[in-house]
Write a protein that binds this ligand. Structure first.
Ligand SMILES: [Zn+2]
Length: 448
């Protein structure tokens, strides 16, 4: 992720000035900012608890704002230690592909859904997951994921700022449109989100779905929760375009990708080579000569259109930084990831999930009478079996093995080590260092 030094936008700089002025003269930032008045309440926003979030326009454009981490409207029973409403905190598996330890676990939390609307919440959550998995590489890798729906029961239906700026609703997570004075910016209370996310078996990704059909959302990519998730995306449950917001946000949290958009007034980037895989100070020629960043993809046709090259502008700077393609989803919503982005996403999926699982726990002692099965969640995955370190070629690709067929040699008293190794050979990952993450292995002990 970009450093906080580099990621500040003009909006943020303006707000910082407003925040300082407010602190000096006794007002609050929201009161001082024209158009933001009815939403942030006095005393809730200070310079310390504000963070950068991304704002997503309906036309696909992306920008940034600084917003409070807390909501002025939070009434979460969990966050406030009050007895929960009926059904509050219930967890449902929307998609269960396996053990959370071997899968990427998405936690979807609803806000603004009253007790009698929890079925609607689960339907909206499932719809958002369909929107996300329509985009590659999610479509190909969907079996690496579990999706948990956590019911946050709200006292009132709907969220603040919908339909208009003066509407206030008391909800479990305090979601509100018109955050920072921007209608489509849907902010949430981070602490309340964390309280509900903790209910799920594991949280690698967190998505907040608001009970609203109005277009909007936000990307919180500064979040580092002790639960392990690194970002929150908020989306409107009843709006078909808002799932794209979550896809972009996971480009940061899973892919560790930089934004590929720029601000006109940001000038020329003067810093060191950024860490992210999809922005660089190097032109295509220099990148090819150095063999770094996305040099392996240069000249190839990219799924987002055009060929991979070095297009000037990205990482918020219109000059001095280059991006791989003209317009990927890291620059505009409604687009595909480009080739370097797709590669980074797949590597990110495998940081949380494994290409090989089995219903039989590793370390289990097996005998010749047993039948062992394994699962390969991703189509095309290669599977090999090894007995005491030597491959058993006849078992290549077999996901069910009768151990009687192994006929291990050696003293009967000695156990044998049986290992399955799975590798995803996808051509979408070209970097040798990343390719190493696409392998998983499991071992068992077999007695003759
Ligand atoms: Zn972004």
């Amino acid at each position: 992720m970009p450093s906080s030094r580099n990621r500040r936008s003009r909006t943020a700089a303006t707000l910082l000035t407003v925040t300082l002025a407010a602190a000096l003269f006794g007002g609050t930032p929201a009161m001082a900012k024209p158009g933001g008045a009815p939403i942030a309440a006095p005393g809730t926003a200070t310079g310390d608890d504000r963070r950068e979030v991304e704002v997503f326009g309906e036309d696909g454009g992306i920008s940034r704002a600084r917003v409070p981490g807390a909501s002025p409207y939070t009434v979460s029973p969990h966050a406030q230690g009050v007895a929960p409403l009926q059904g509050d905190g219930d967890v449902t598996a929307l998609v269960r592909n396996g053990d959370p330890a071997a899968k990427l676990d998405v936690v979807v939390i609803g806000d603004g859904y009253a007790a009698q609307e929890q079925d609607k919440f689960r339907a909206d959550a499932a719809e958002k997951w369909s929107e996300i998995t329509a985009v590659e590489p999610y479509a190909t890798y969907r079996k690496l994921f579990n999706v948990w729906a956590v019911s946050a029961v709200s006292p009132e239906s709907g969220v603040s700022g919908d339909p208009d700026q003066t509407t206030v609703r008391h909800t479990a997570l305090g979601s509100y449109f018109w955050c920072d004075g921007v209608e489509r910016l849907l902010c949430v209370d981070e602490k309340a989100v964390e309280g509900y996310a903790a209910k799920a078996p594991q949280a690698d990704l967190v998505l907040v779905v608001a009970n609203s059909a109005k277009y909007g959302g936000a990307g919180y990519n500064d979040v580092k929760s002790p639960l392990g998730y690194e970002g929150i995306a908020t989306v409107a449950g009843g709006n078909a375009k808002s799932g794209q917001i979550a896809v972009h946000e996971t480009g940061h949290s899973l892919g560790k990708l930089a934004d590929e958009y720029a601000y006109d007034g940001q000038g020329t980037y003067q810093g060191a080579e950024p860490a992210e895989a999809n922005i660089s100070t190097l032109t295509a020629d220099r990148m090819r000569a150095q063999g770094t960043k996305w040099s392996r993809w240069l000249g190839q046709a990219s799924p987002d259109g055009g060929t991979v090259g070095a297009y000037e502008g990205g990482g918020y700077y219109p000059a001095g930084l280059y991006r791989p393609t003209e317009n990927s989803i890291m620059r505009s919503l409604g687009r595909e990831f480009n080739l370097p982005g797709r590669e980074a996403m797949i590597a990110g999926f495998y940081r949380h999930a494994t290409p090989l699982t089995s219903p039989t726990a590793t370390g289990t002692w097996l005998t010749a009478a047993d039948r062992l099965t394994v699962d390969l969640p991703v189509a095309g995955t290669r599977l090999r079996w090894y007995l005491d370190g030597r491959e058993v070629p006849g078992l290549r690709g077999r996901t069910a093995v009768d151990l009687a067929d192994l006929r291990p040699t050696g003293p009967r008293s000695r156990p044998h080590l049986l290992t399955a190794v799975a590798t995803d050979p996808t051509p979408a990952v070209a970097d040798p260092a990343l390719r190493q993450k696409l392998t998983g292995s499991l071992s068992w002990l077999v007695t003759s």
